[in-house]
Design a protein around this ligand. Structure first.
Ligand SMILES: C=CC1=C(C)c2cc3[nH]c(cc4nc(cc5[nH]c(cc1n2)c(C)c5CCC(=O)O)C(CCC(=O)O)=C4C)c(C)c3C=C
Ligand SMILES: [Fe+2]
Ligand SMILES: [Fe+2]
Length: 434
């Protein structure tokens, strides 16, 4: 490794780096380099008592509930009411899968397997850190550890194959804020970092997903196929986002569609592929078609053999174990889809793990993408005015503002509902499932 001048986590310096072609590997000091891999994920409540706090953190995130700036002060009170209202229903769902989310357990497993695979496949020592957005271990805790360990070079890897402002973007914004704090934990650090924004089209990931789906397709027995017919269907069920996010530049839907297309190319000929979006929350319009509309449609068109594939997650959690395995399965069976399979999440699938290990090493040897660059490239909402000015572009030009306002007007419906509920003392939000 050669050495090139260090960059600190000062906003301006990072922005000045926009047009660099430095490789992260080239910035690693020649002696005792310490390489960190920060795995970002959503997190989940580990026990019943965590549920309300987890939901509060989620709804207090302006990347999850977008309010117009004049209502920004209401974000926390709104989060408080929605989380209180939703907690009993969510608790019940978590109870049905054993009391809490297994997301941290799976992410820990993935972290240690990726570390091992990087060493075995590439001879490189890395230390993995886990940063969850809404519950323990929080991203900020991972950053404390990274600073204490004196990491020289950090690969930031969101565990979301496709980029959404509401997931990877939200986590990157936390990093952006923490890195640019003048008196923060990195004030004397010379650490460099690079971000892998999305990786839905990596051949290894595609191969691992296709492999898991084929296993399910092959599990239909001859007897079942005689009974239900030969036709096999695959329904990719992606986590939804509000439609307004896409209108404001979130690359999520385009990446989901491309991802489904490349995986489908690897499936046996004759398999019929469908795509829908699950887990809608609240009264506004989300990406369509909704999974709970598509299942009855498939049923009434005579589909019997169906493999459902969770496409935006890399580990099991409430949306696969409860929503797909229980709610959607029941809905499918009620509608005549008798031969149901669910493709497992990637969890510790070794084709996937090895690909993530290769991805880490590839990103050490690729031009750096800073957190700020990743946010700009993926149309994250950058609120920090000084950043906009320093970059010399405005993310607030009038056309974008008008578009964003349209999306936010929809959100005002939620606020209005809350105020109505507060004023009347009657529960209105439950009508919207909140
Ligand atoms: C790619 C994945 C995800 C996107 C996009 C996403 C957007 C998004 N989610 C909510 C609201 C909720 N999400 C909840 C749980 C949850 N969400 C994801 C992934 C994505 N979310 C995961 C992996 C999980 C489960 C974590 C776990 O505990 O196992 C929840 C809480 C559960 C519940 O009460 O239903 C909510 C609420 C919104 C509003 C949103 C986009 C704006
Ligand atoms: Fe979610
Ligand atoms: Fe969800």
């Amino acid at each position: 490794f050669g050495t090139i001048g260090s960059h600190r986590f000062r906003a301006r310096e990072r922005i000045d780096d926009r047009f660099h072609t430095k490789l992260l590997a080239a910035t690693i000091p020649p002696t005792k380099p310490s390489i960190g891999v920060l795995l970002l994920n959503l997190g989940g409540p580990t026990e019943q008592n965590d549920v309300e706090g987890f939901l509060y953190n989620l709804f207090a995130d302006p990347d999850i509930i977008r309010l117009p700036s004049f209502l920004a002060k209401l974000q926390k009170p709104i989060a408080y009411f929605i989380s209180k209202r939703r907690a009993p229903k969510s608790q019940e769902a978590y109870r049905s899968i054993g009391g809490g989310s297994p997301i941290v357990r799976y992410t820990n497993e993935q972290a240690s397997l990726i570390t091992k695979a990087v060493k075995e496949r590439h001879g490189v020592d890395v230390k993995a850190y886990i940063g969850m957005r809404y519950w323990y271990p929080f991203t900020e805790q991972a950053l404390d550890e990274i600073a204490e360990d004196g990491v020289d070079s950090l690969v930031i890897l969101p565990l979301y194959p496709q980029f959404s402002v509401s997931t990877s973007g939200s986590s990157l914004r936390v990093l952006q804020q923490e890195f640019s704090k003048a008196d923060g934990r990195f004030k004397d650090s010379k650490m460099t970092h690079t971000v892998v924004s999305s990786w839905y089209d990596r051949p290894g990931y595609v191969e691992s997903m296709a492999g898991l789906i084929k296993e399910q397709l092959d599990s239909f027995t001859d007897e079942e196929l005689r009974k239900y017919g030969e036709e096999k269907h695959v329904l990719f069920s992606a986590h939804g986002v509000p439609q307004s996010y896409i209108e404001n530049g979130d690359p999520y839907q385009a990446q989901i569609e491309e991802c489904v297309e490349v995986i489908s190319k690897e499936l046996p000929e004759g398999v019929k592929v469908h795509l829908s979006y699950q887990s809608r929350v609240g009264p506004i319009e989300w990406l369509r078609p909704y999974t709970d509309d598509v299942l009855p449609e498939l049923g009434s068109s005579g589909v019997k053999n169906l493999v459902v594939v969770p496409i935006s997650f890399v580990s099991e959690h409430i949306e696969t174990l409860e929503e797909i395995d229980m709610e959607y399965r029941e809905l499918a069976e009620e509608n005549g889809i008798e031969n149901w399979r669910r493709c497992p999440a990637l969890n510790s699938d070794m084709t996937f793990i090895n690909d993530m290990a290769d991805l880490v090493v590839d990103s050490l040897n690729s031009p750096i993408t800073t957190v700020t660059e990743a946010c700009i490239a993926n149309n994250c909402d950058i609120e920090d005015k000084t950043l906009d000015e320093a970059i010399g572009i405005s993310t607030r030009d009038e056309a974008r503002m008008a578009e964003r306002l349209n999306g936010r007007i929809a959100m005002l419906g939620v606020v209005g509902t809350l105020l109505l509920e507060l004023a009347s003392g009657k529960g209105v939000l439950h009508l919207f499932g909140m």
